[in-house]
Write a protein that binds this ligand. Structure first.
Ligand code: MN
Length: 192
């Protein structure tokens, strides 16, 4: 089973002005696609050739892990965004308040985690094995499922995610990120 580049859930220009079409051209059309192409090359002719993406992520390491985890992380990231960002529902708001005190406190913790992730990586809202919510950072291609956590929301903090629109200013990118968060997706993941 070859891995494929999933369609974006919106047009490439739909996230502007917060995230430009040029960023999507590179980030989705080149970076994400390259992970797919490399992973397909690496699994060809191996025991992983017919495995699901999740199976390969959970059972690989090194270059193969990096490429398959990045496929999954990017697909999850695109689904974490929407041109129609708004606010969490009353239900989700209640869950965030229970875990972090307030929605603003959650956003502050997530933003700080994203900004302070050293080098390339990801910030995540996750459901932990005991059912609680937490904010975590992963390095490079790291992904929560290998720690027994379920991803609810992510922000890609690799420089390729923001360099075209915000140059080195990761905090400005995070401000834009909050305008794009797909809270319905977060809630679906919470209820899954
Ligand atoms: Mn990326």
């Amino acid at each position: 089973m070859a891995f494929s580049l999933p369609d974006l859930p919106y047009a490439k220009g739909a996230l502007a002005p917060h995230m430009s079409e040029e960023t999507l051209d590179f980030h989705y059309g080149k970076h994400h696609k390259t992970y797919v192409d490399k992973a397909n090359g690496l699994v060809e002719g191996t025991d992983f050739a017919n495995a699901s993406l999740e199976e390969v992520i959970m059972n690989s390491e090194g270059g193969l892990f990096n490429n398959v985890a990045q496929i999954w992380n990017h697909t999850f990231f695109w689904n974490s965004l929407t041109p129609n960002g708004g606010a969490p529902s009353a239900t989700l708001q209640g869950e965030l308040e229970k875990a972090f005190g307030s929605v603003d406190a959650f956003k502050e913790k997530f933003t700080n985690t994203a900004i302070n992730t050293f080098g390339s990586g990801w910030a995540w809202l996750v459901k932990t094995a005991d059912g609680g919510l937490d904010v975590v950072s992963t390095s490079n291609a790291g992904t929560p499922m290998t720690s027994g956590q379920s991803a609810l929301l992510t922000c890609d903090v690799w420089e390729h995610a923001y360099y075209i629109d915000y140059r080195n200013a990761r905090p400005k990118y995070l401000e834009a990120f909050w305008a794009l968060v797909n809270w319905d997706f977060v809630e679906q993941n919470l209820n899954a």
